[in-house]
Design a protein around this ligand. Structure first.
Ligand code: G3P
Length: 227
């Protein structure tokens, strides 16, 4: 099961990677331009923060399959560590996924809105598909159901492709895609932090502390100073 940060903000990634069990970072052209930084230095800084082992997903902007392959080579040559190339599920994108698979370059099929596009991408050799849960919901579809159907098809047909669900606006959507069998999620830093947010936690922690201090006084401010 994977939890991936959908952001290119270096400080958010640094902080989340330090405190949370994070498996990697996904970017896309919109996420990159938001940072108003040069492309390669930004990717290299993210890599330095997460280390070489964790996955860094980088999206192509080319449209023709052969150009997508060239962009994939460029990214793989310029950025170290574990890289996955994000390729939109257009006709040219599917061809590119097949070509990249033949070369051993790992891909994630992105902009997935239907189980059928996920199936084709998986059969073409994508290692991951990324269904866009919230964008599907916004189109009056059912994003969680699409994820559930994709995981069912992959499992029924033994397709060795993982579902990294993407595009979220709330923690309920995250919980529902995990329940529906997604192998992982990629979400903005605030939503990942939101996975452990509950007002009762602070209330409980304060109560524990207060009761402890009442018994042990100031010496009890840490367990290390109590007998
Ligand atoms: O990784 C894809 C994702 O960034 C799309 O999310 O929130 O722009 O719909 P969103």
């Amino acid at each position: 099961m994977q939890i991936v940060i959908d952001s290119a903000n270096v400080e958010s990634i640094r902080s989340l990677n330090e405190y949370f069990p994070i498996d990697g970072v996904t970017t896309n052209p919109s996420i990159i331009v938001k940072e108003k930084r040069d492309f390669l230095p930004l990717l290299r800084e993210i890599r330095a923060v997460i280390g070489n082992e964790k996955d860094l997903f980088v999206q192509v902007i080319a449209e023709k399959a052969e150009d997508i392959v060239k962009e994939a080579h460029y990214i793989c040559n310029e950025v170290t560590g574990s890289i996955l190339i994000k390729v939109p599920v257009t006709t040219e994108g599917i061809k590119a996924i097949k070509l990249l698979k033949e070369e051993g370059i790992r891909t994630l099929a992105t902009t997935v809105y239907t189980p059928m596009s996920a199936l084709i991408a998986a059969k073409a050799g994508a290692e991951y598909v990324a269904p866009y849960v919230n964008r599907i919901d916004n189109l009056t579809g059912n994003g969680v159901e699409v994820v559930s159907n994709i995981t069912r098809i992959f499992s029924e047909h033994n397709l060795p492709c993982k579902v990294l669900a993407a595009s979220f606006k709330n923690v309920q959507q995250l919980q529902n895609v995990f329940l529906s069998g997604a192998h992982g999620i990629t979400a903005p830093p605030e939503l990942i932090k939101g996975m452990i947010t509950h007002p009762s936690v602070e209330i409980d922690v304060n109560q524990f502390k207060e009761e402890w201090l009442n018994q042990f006084g100031n010496e009890g401010h840490t367990l290390l100073s109590t007998q």
